[in-house]
Ligand binder design. Sequence first.
Ligand code: OFO
Length: 162
Amino acid sequence: MLSAKMEKALNDQINAEFYSSYLYLAMSAYFQSINFTGFATWMQVQSTEEYGHAMKIYNYLIEVNSRVKLELIEKPQESWKSPLEAFQEAYKHELYITDRINKLVNQAIAEQDHATNIFLQWFVKEQVEEVSTVNQIIEKFKLIGENKSALYMLDRELGQRK
Ligand code: OFO
């Protein structure tokens, strides 16, 4: 059984992960609307991963006999100025999620909730990977600059994501 504070914090994190899923789905729809179908695929896969993150916490709450409470999911933005701007937003969002995960770990340590601390370690590692992946994509955008054919090649590359 978790403390009431931890239960609330993990429910809030479920909401944040569902929002991530929603945000990346909105980015996918944006990319479709401007015919970058590879970026759209990448974002759709990312959205599904975020759904998985939310469900991982959902299942943990059930496993430790705590209560899942679903809240409203905030409406995401609909469009961005450019593909690069959307990925920069994704990067900023992942830094925000990393900060939230770190705070959850701090709370688990403060409460001597070892089980939740161990559970959260998966998210700590996952965040390192997510921030690094999006950062690498942004670096590629920077190299590409105004080169349209290189941009379409990147679109094709990111569209390989399964
Ligand atoms: Fe759930 O890792 Fe991104 O947000």
